[in-house]
Design a protein around this ligand. Sequence first.
Ligand code: DHB
Ligand code: MG
Length: 220
Amino acid sequence: MKDRTDAILQPRQADYLDGLLPPREPLLAALEEAAAAEGVPISDPEVGLLLEILARGVCRDRRGHLLEIGTAIGYGTLRLARGAEAARVTSIEFDPMRLERARDLLERAGVGDRVELLEGRALDVLPTLDGPFDLVYIDAVKTEYRAYLDLVLPKLVLGGLVVLDNLLWKGWVADPPPDAARDDATEALRAVNGYLTRHPALRALVLPHGDGLGVAVRIV
Ligand code: DHB
Ligand code: MG
């Protein structure tokens, strides 16, 4: 969720694109409203929709396995599960209260049986996962993104996708406020953008979508 609608795009472009988004199912709409009211960071609706589209694209009619790093309250998890209707989704979250909310949401959405929620620090949990994964969505601790990428790449199928949220980080990555030197996340994400887009195993770009979205495919 963006703090400001003009953080990445000009407001008129952002509003216009918002108007093109299809309506969300009631559970997702309620989650968007609750997250905005409570200040819980969830992915932007346009990012959620792209996750659905990409999940469906990588899984097609096959059963696939999708991984989300940073469940929060389950918004992205449900988007991935809706996109790929036969896929398994594994999602990692550090905060047990948020994870409980996600569990409740996913049960009510009827996808609880194919979603596995793992509680813990992603850096501890990732080495315990086997994969292979068809798509990995990175959306947890911003200063750990590079480490997540290094840990998941060997577990990503060739042709599999990595999607990374918040790569333009409220606009600060490209346009730092005067005190940005004290924002570790901004510095870390700027470094990740360079690492990602030059990674020899990936073909990658950063889109001005949501809060800045990285999309990469594993090529070797
Ligand atoms: C924050 C984190 C996110 O992953 C996001 O999408 C938006 C905001 C945050 O911590 O402020
Ligand atoms: Mg995010």
